[in-house]
Design a protein around this ligand. Sequence first.
Ligand code: ZN
Length: 114
Amino acid sequence: MKHLFSKKIVCMNCGKFFNFKNDNGIYIYICSGYKNYGSKFCPRNVVHEKDLISLVKLHMSKHLNKSHKKQILYEDLERFIKENIVKIEVDKDNIEILYSDCTRSFWNKKDLIL
Ligand SMILES: [Zn+2]
């Protein structure tokens, strides 16, 4: 199955992609370096899908016309991610999203209690 952020999230620490994981019903992405080679290779580094979705929606709502602001459908989100997100870099504390228009948004995970 293809997930929203497959092949978009890169670990700032080891440079590997993040893999999707259904963690007892919570959708997360986890560093594949950690997953495949253990914590000596890379510390456990995860990001919640819902947090990424919130950040992307926030970005989308700033750029969309008013008429489109009301509701962002899943397929809009999916297309937007595919076409407009170059990459997302994640480390233990931070998330940085690079968009194709060269804007970057930088977030501390601690601020993501949305
Ligand atoms: Zn890593």
